[in-house]
Write a protein that binds this ligand. Structure first.
Ligand code: ADP
Ligand code: MG
Length: 233
């Protein structure tokens, strides 16, 4: 498995439980989609995986080792993350890739861009002048630059139009097919159906379902039925 959660709890400042996970295993292949309504704890779960957040209780293992055995900066090189809004640093796309790997040369950078479907001409483009979808693909390439073993993606298409969204989904599926496990957060079950090999449904900080995407749609849990009923048809 890529990640293993045991008795993990995260509390808010008011002491209220934001996340409570008795036991959860994230497989080390394919796209695993964490789906659930807004406020369910999806981002919290993802942020725990690279220690952008720390649990109040319980144990999280990555690749068999407790994640707090690894210094956070090292952990974040093996657990790459892509956020909702593409993060652009000043300068060119190559400058942006160098934020992750300051020694990277143009040839290696071009290979990274190729993995996200951008050609070499993008290396000298200014990051600020990219479209949203191109910028998000640059962010994926930058996350890949540290040689991660897994990618975390938190609603990575929520600021993109449908066409750019499909492109990012296809890139994620291609990366997963090439051996990069991906943990992808979305509130959108239509997107889940397009990309998920495995599904974890979080509602009110708890895992309410694990399994195939098809199984979620017929799950008997009334909380899941209520969540599905809110989805645009
Ligand atoms: P989701 O990503 O599913 O929308 P979040 O993980 O962002 O959910 O939030 C889960 C719960 O934790 C919500 O009740 C939210 O208000 C709360 N929360 C999120 N971030 C923080 C934070 N940094 N400090 C305290 N509470 C937070
Ligand atoms: Mg979120």
């Amino acid at each position: 498995m890529a990640f293993e959660f045991k008795q993990v709890e995260v509390k808010g400042v008011d002491g209220r439980l934001r996340l409570a996970i008795r036991e959860l295993i994230i497989p080390e292949s394919g796209v695993t989609v964490i789906v659930g309504p807004s406020g369910a704890g999806k981002s919290t779960l993802l942020r725990l995986c690279n220690r952008l957040e720390v649990a109040d209780d319980g144990l999280i293992r990555f690749d068999g080792r407790p994640i707090d055995d690894t210094p956070p900066l090292d952990l974040r090189r093996s657990v790459g993350m892509v956020f909702q809004e593409p993060v652009r640093f000043a300068g060119t796309v190559l400058d942006n890739l160098r934020e992750a790997d300051f020694l990277i040369g143009p040839a290696a950078a071009e290979l990274l861009l190729d993995r996200v479907g951008l050609d070499g001409s993008f290396l000298t483009r200014l990051a600020d002048e990219l479209s949203g979808g191109e910028a998000q693909r640059m962010c994926i390439a930058r996350a890949l630059a540290t040689g991660p073993a897994v990618l975390l993606m938190d609603e990575p298409t929520s600021s993109l139009d449908p066409s750019a969204t499909r492109t990012i989904e296809d890139q994620a599926l291609a990366l997963a097919a090439a051996g990069m496990p991906i943990l992808w957060v979305t509130h959108d079950t239509a997107q889940m159906n397009r990309i998920a090999a495995h599904v974890v449904c979080l509602i009110d900080g708890a895992v309410t379902y694990r399994g195939s995407p098809a199984g979620l749609l017929t799950a008997p849990d009334p909380r899941i039925a209520a969540f599905l009923a809110e989805q645009p048809s």
